[in-house]
Design a protein around this ligand. Structure first.
Ligand code: UD1
Ligand code: MG
Length: 472
């Protein structure tokens, strides 16, 4: 029975142990808010809607969610506020007006980021539109968690209740099987059971977990779907746990890439905060960080200590060590077989054609370099259009900003710009032209011309330097 799925994500808690002004669910893992991971997972289940329960920092959390989902219009994201926060049962009660009885409710926590969609699909399968299905795990140290209490000591014995650690007897505390905080429940039953909750317990809270008892009383089957992969249900409560899960996440990503054939020098020194797509035979050296959307074409090699964000690197390009690339919204494109770095900086709108060379301490912003153009040392190209085979000398810059507006520099094919030139935009250097080193160019230079704009050299013959006077 495949009923429509409504997801409820609990995210109203304070997250005191994060000791942060930022609401806990907005802390980032793999460059994405914890809550964003949970919403993504819900979207992969083809849920009809997701209701996020907000409380602490509600305005901030709701605004961040709107940014996370963007234009993903086929997935309804709604909010229900929980003020004050009186427990997980009370949290889900706030979503009830938005839930429909023809569906199954899947309860998730906004601070449990690594649950996989296939695990949740299996849990929904166990629920099958009629049972209460709990995601559980056996833990060596279950301290603090709700325990799965069964009718007998056998692992297959009927589930009778979940007992919170603080309410548990010594015998119950000896149970290793814990409730993950994730359940799937037919909504019509959930609605009925939530109406029966009370807060007569050690924490004076309305516990969602008490519905297990009601299911048993009503003769509804309760199934525990036990998994062994602990990170999938691990919550983030502190910076230490956040860092631990970050490593787990990164290692999983690295492993998936290596299984596709990507060669990572060291999967423990590799971070992706976004989406990295790699072609065949990509090699990535140690300590590289990829952010936003990055794609590396076939045979791309990335040297050690590079930061690459929002960029498309075509086949065969080599990014040498310590290069910083950030395309931000405009993106950066590196053409086939291009060589970039070491110590290069590519900024938004840098578009490098095939076999372009960008060397050490060269910055490129909002500029197009055609095939085979080279800027190998200590240079700046901003708002420039650079033709094929141009050679742009060491220390040369485009003066693209007059203090109020940006202007373009056009350097046509086969131009040779000497060292230490200033090209004051707007200006065009015609095809095949040469600009002498040290020139400040303020006027267009015709094709094929030599332009020199600097003080003329004077050499005085037989010059004798001043001599130091003797001190008496
Ligand atoms: C809960 C479970 C426990 C389980 C554990 C797994 C209950 C009563 N207990 O305990 O059985 O082993 O998770 O991690 O459900 N929240 C709200 N509003 C509230 C209270 C909590 O939105 O009033 C949210 C929190 O922000 C969090 C989630 O619900 O995302 C879980 O709350 P938390 O206080 O961490 O529950 P636990 O005591 O850990
Ligand atoms: Mg918790």
């Amino acid at each position: 029975m495949a009923l429509p799925i409504d997801v409820v994500i609990m995210a109203a808690g304070k997250g005191t142990r994060m000791k942060s002004a930022l609401p806990k669910v907005l802390h980032r893992l793999g460059g994405r808010a914890l809550l964003g991971h949970v919403i993504d997972c819900a979207a992969r289940l083809s849920a009809r809607q997701a209701v996020v329960i907000t409380g602490h920092g509600a305005t901030e959390v709701e605004a961040a969610c709107a940014r996370m989902t963007g234009d993903d219009a086929d997935f309804g994201l709604k909010f229900a506020r929980q003020m004050p926060q009186l427990g997980t049962g009370h949290a889900v009660q706030q979503a009830l007006p938005l839930l429909q009885d023809d569906g199954v409710t899947l309860v998730l926590s906004g601070d449990v980021p690594l649950t996989q969609a296939d695990t949740l699909a299996a849990l929904l399968g166990q629920c099958d539109g009629q049972r209460l299905a709990l995601l559980t795990l056996s833990m060596a140290d279950p301290t603090g968690y709700g325990r799965i209490v069964r009718a007998g000591s056998q692992a297959s014995a009927q589930v009778r209740a979940i007992v919170e650690h603080k309410d548990a007897s010594d015998d119950q505390r000896a149970i290793h099987e814990i409730y993950s905080g994730i359940m799937a429940v037919p909504t019509r039953l959930l609605r009925r059971w939530l109406a029966r909750l009370d807060n007569n317990n050690a924490q004076n809270e309305y516990y969602l977990t008490d519905i297990v008892k009601f299911a048993v009383e009503d003769g509804v089957a309760v199934v525990a779907h036990q998994i062994t992969d602990a990170p999938q249900v691990a919550g983030v409560n502190s910076p230490v746990q956040l860092a631990e899960l970050e490593r787990v996440y990164q290692l999983r990503l690295a492993t998936a890439l290596m299984e596709q054939g990507v060669r990572l020098a060291d999967p423990a020194r590799f971070d992706v905060r976004g989406e990295l797509v790699c072609g065949q035979d990509v090699e990535i050296d140690v300590n590289c960080l990829f952010e936003g959307k990055v794609s590396l074409g076939q045979g791309v090699r990335v040297g050690a200590n590079c930061v690459i964000a929002n960029a498309t690197i075509a086949a065969g390009a080599v990014i040498h060590p310590f290069t910083h690339i950030d395309g931000e919204k405009l993106g950066v494109q590196v053409g086939e077989g291009a060589l970039v770095g070491p110590f290069a900086r590519l900024r938004p709108g840098a578009v490098l054609g095939a076999e372009v060379h960008i060397g050490n301490f060269v910055e490129v912003k909002n500029s197009t370099l055609a095939k085979g153009a080279k800027a190998n040392h200590l240079a700046y190209l901003g708002d420039a259009t650079v033709g094929e085979r141009v050679n742009y000398g060491a220390g040369s810059i485009t003066a693209n900003y007059d203090g109020a507006n940006k202007h373009r520099t056009v350097i046509e094919a086969d131009v040779h710009i000497g060292s230490n030139c200033v090209l004051v935009a707007p200006v065009t250097i015609g095809a095949g032209g040469t600009v002498g080193g040290g020139s400040t160019i303020t006027k267009d230079a015709p094709a094929g011309s030599l332009s020199v704009a600097r003080g003329k050299q004077v050499s005085i013959a037989n010059w004798s330097r001043p001599v130091k006077k003797a001190v008496s």
